[in-house]
Design a binder for this molecule. Structure first.
Ligand code: OXD
Ligand code: MN
Length: 601
């Protein structure tokens, strides 16, 4: 079998940052004995290490150097075409009982799964280098911050982890020498990138992740979906905090009044765009800043929810990103960025569908083939990605490193829905808000393999990421609500509603500031709304639409509640709850009855 990740041999002073914690050393020894690598590379996160790894990756064609003038210090990686997205059907939660994993997760018995995975890992790193990547998730002085170690045979993973986490010595220092300290064990091997030997397995009780057979970020940057969400949500429940698939943004009024908002949208539904929003000219003096674009860890303090972003970078969807849709993302990815599966132009620049300006006359597509505007294939894969450090973001919130986090005034749920769901509405209270989150749905996207555009229920945007029984997860939300004396208000948004002509009714992107402004008004108790069966709904006069070219009919359609559509929607809620087989908390079942009753009134 071809070795797709040949070993590299660092000079003295690189790759030798061996930890002193005996528990880590024992674990690395165990995995080394199993996988039999050529050598072990202990990462320290230094600049020198990075330069060496980049140079070796260029030699082995793991990376392609991009035009230094156009995109300085940036590289392109092409993944195997069979390996371009998260694969939910081979993602497992391995709890002692199936019930603990619950009805929405694939479950696999831990002992059998370890045995199967250890079988696959036997000798898997022969002729390869085994990298040991120490990292922390969370700002260095947050009480929520976690230490993780990822063992991997992929240089691309090491280089990405360096962007996406705080990696290297900082983690060794935080862990210290206590052999009983809590830390996450992550083992990743590319094996031979065979979809039939691809598994992403989580052992929440052991704080362990094993991922084999993939090189795609969402499956192999174990800090992100695997630790910060799946294992994170499990730890959060047992430790009394929350790990959520949410962006976090700050909004500042011209008078200097600040609010923070956390928003859960499913994958590839615009979290990064919303988190980096630039208010339109009409909102002079308003400022939006990014705390995080994908994951929020939240804890209760003084009866309020405070959030930190556990990550250090953005792993965002590239196609559609432009100066029109997201100028801050464009500025972030102009340098020091690791691209995956975008197109390469003849002058070594990057290109993708939806980038500003005309397409190049010729390029190399994401698979490495010639491409012209006449080609039938897309130049960039629809789920092509950038990994870029958050410090590149011109709108980065200055408090992002604050260990205490930022106080959350509002939680927003949102999906991609062509019909039924209004542009924005507010829950009557926490329990109603939890119901809105629990029943939210969205049209599927290219972020995961499988059909695109199908409406599926995705509770709190956590369907693929909740590391335990979804019924217990709903209950955890209810319990958190009971501990909050000053809870965030909860909203639902839908930027994607379409008119009779099949076109989007709402312009989206920066114009979402108009919706955000109403949300902030509501938090300050001065935004108008009418009571509707679904929740508090703005009238067209309550939204600041000045300077926006939109006709009255579109606004009415955006805010409209079609009783026929909602009858169907509520029937879908019932079907979904029924499909969960009795795990849904009583309070939420009651919420549905009240919802139905409000429509009958
Ligand atoms: C992501 C995802 O990559 O949700 O953030 O799939
Ligand atoms: Mn995500």
């Amino acid at each position: 079998m071809k070795n797709i990740a040949p070993a590299i041999f660092p000079p003295n002073g690189i790759g030798d940052a061996k930890p002193t914690n005996q528990a880590v050393l024992d674990w690395v020894h165990e995995i080394g004995k199993l996988t039999k690598p050529e050598n072990i590379f202990w990462c320290d996160g230094s600049e020198r290490e990075n330069e060496f790894l980049v140079a070796e990756s260029l030699k082995q064609n793991v990376l392609i150097k991009l035009n230094e003038e156009k995109v300085p210090r940036s590289y392109l990686h092409r993944s195997n075409p069979n390996d371009v997205a998260r694969v939910e059907k081979v993602t497992f939660i391995c709890t002692p009982t199936k019930e603990e994993a619950g009805p929405t997760n694939n479950w696999s018995e831990p002992a059998e799964t370890y045995s199967k995975l250890y079988g696959l890992l036997e000798g898997a790193m022969r002729g390869r280098t085994m990298f040991v990547v120490p990292y922390i998730m969370g700002p260095p002085d947050s009480p929520l911050t976690k230490v993780g170690f990822e063992i991997t045979d992929s240089k691309y993973v090491v280089l990405s982890m360096r962007i996406m986490t705080r990696m290297g010595k900082i983690a060794l220092e935080r862990l210290g020498n206590d052999p009983k300290a809590e830390w996450n064990r992550g083992v990743h091997s590319l094996l031979d990138v065979d979809p039939d030997r691809r598994f992403i397995c989580h052992f929440p009780q052991d704080n362990t992740i094993i991922s084999v057979g993939s090189g795609y970020g969402g499956n192999v940057l174990l800090s992100k979906k695997c630790l910060a969400l799946r294992i994170g949500s499990y730890l959060a429940r047992t430790q009394g905090w929350m790990a959520e698939h949410m962006l976090i943004l700050g909004v500042e009024s011209p008078e200097g009044k600040k609010h923070y908002v956390a928003a859960a949208f499913p994958s590839a539904c615009g979290k990064t765009n919303f988190a980096m929003l630039i208010p339109p000219a009409h909102f002079k003096g308003w400022k939006v800043t990014t705390v995080g674009d994908d994951i929020a860890w939240m804890e209760i303090r003084d009866g309020r929810l405070f959030a930190v972003n556990p990550e250090n970078g953005y792993f965002g969807v590239v196609p559609g990103t432009s100066y029109k849709s997201n100028p801050n993302a464009m500025k972030s990815i102009e340098h020091d960025t690791l691209y995956t599966n975008v197109a390469l132009t003849d002058d070594a620049d990057v290109w993708w569908e939806g980038k500003d300006g005309p397409p190049p006359k010729h390029a190399i597509d994401w698979r490495g083939n010639d491409w012209t505007p006449d080609s039938k294939e897309k130049a960039a894969h629809p789920n092509s990605r950038f990994a870029t450090p958050m410090r590149n973001n011109p709108a980065l919130n200055p408090d992002v490193e604050k260990g205490e986090g930022v106080p959350i005034s509002a939680i927003i749920f949102g999906g991609r829905r062509s019909d039924t769901v209004p542009l924005v509405y507010e829950a009557f209270d926490w329990t109603h808000g939890v119901y809105l989150g629990a029943t939210m749905a969205s049209e599927t996207t290219a972020a995961a393999t499988g059909a695109v555009g199908q409406v599926r229920r995705d509770p709190m945007a956590m369907l693929p990421f909740c590391g335990y029984n979804i019924g217990d997860y709903f209950r955890h939300w209810m319990d958190i609500g009971k501990r909050l004396t000053n809870p965030p208000l909860i909203f639902n948004v839908n930027w994607f509603r379409k008119g009779a002509n099949g076109k989007f009714l709402w312009p989206g992107f920066g114009e979402n500031m108009r919706v955000l402004k109403w949300i902030i008004d509501r938090c300050e108790q001065n935004g108008g709304a009418v009571k509707s069966p679904v929740g508090w709904l703005p009238t067209p006069h309550d939204l600041d639409l000045d300077g926006l070219e939109i006709d009255h009919k579109s606004v009415a359609d955006l805010l409209g509640i079609d009783h026929g559509e909602w009858q169907k929607e509520l029937a879908e809620h019932k079907k979904f709850f029924d499909s969960l087989g009795g795990v849904v908390p009583e309070e939420l079942l009651k919420q549905r009855e009240q919802f139905v009753a409000r429509f009958a009134d």
